[in-house]
Design a protein around this ligand. Structure first.
Ligand SMILES: [Zn+2]
Length: 202
């Protein structure tokens, strides 16, 4: 009887302390949204398609979605202006209990390259990246899954918070670009990123 009680006490202890830890680590109150590029820095560009505009549009939609769900947001830029990578990370680092989500569009010399990928630099970033990638694939993917990947991108390295960089398809791929030109697809992508973020919070 006593040993059963001790066993139960141990189980409760494990649930409270080990089970409680990841929730603690994922707790955040602010999402810093970072639309890639801006102004003279076009990012990927094909004809009238500019990564900087698409990244800002998806980011604004993500901002709306998160605010609607009661999450405080900070945008590193909300207009077409240039911000150095280090400054973007600093804006995020100034926000206590925040996570950092950078939004980009991919580019490749090989036009067949297509699909979604999400990058991280730390293990917390990896957890967030996996959730966001899964939601994007569930709701907004036709171009395929390029996976969740480690990267030493400056904006991720310089961030002291859980940080990810989403590549929302390829400007250089006809199918991806056609989808990214559709506002309904950009909305679906933004909401998928948002759902991934909400799931990370637990
Ligand atoms: Zn980019």
């Amino acid at each position: 009887m006593i040993s059963r009680f001790i066993g139960l006490a141990c189980a409760i202890f494990l649930v409270l302390f080990i089970g409680g830890q990841p929730l603690q680590a994922a707790a955040f109150s602010t999402v810093v949204i970072d639309p890639g590029h801006g102004a003279h820095d076009f990012g990927a560009n094909r004809g009238a398609f500019f990564e900087k505009h698409v990244a800002l549009d998806i980011s604004r939609r993500l901002e709306r979605f998160l605010r609607k769900n009661g999450v405080r947001t900070v945008m590193t830029r909300s207009t077409d202006r240039f911000i150095p990578l280090g400054t973007r990370a600093e804006i995020g680092n100034r926000q206590g209990r925040s996570i950092f989500v950078s939004v980009h569009v991919n580019d490749a010399t090989r036009s067949a390259a297509a699909g979604l990928e999400t990058f991280y630099h730390t293990s917390e970033g990896q957890k967030l990246a996996a959730l966001v990638q899964r939601e994007m694939l569930r709701n907004a993917s036709h171009g395929g899954n390029r996976g969740v990947k480690y990267a030493r991108f400056k904006v991720l390295r310089a961030s002291s918070r859980p940080a990810i960089l989403v590549e929302a398809g390829f400007a250089s791929n006809a199918g991806d670009q056609r989808r990214l030109r559709d506002p309904r697809y950009r909305e679906a992508l933004a909401q998928s990123i948002g759902v991934g973020v909400l799931k990370y919070r637990g």
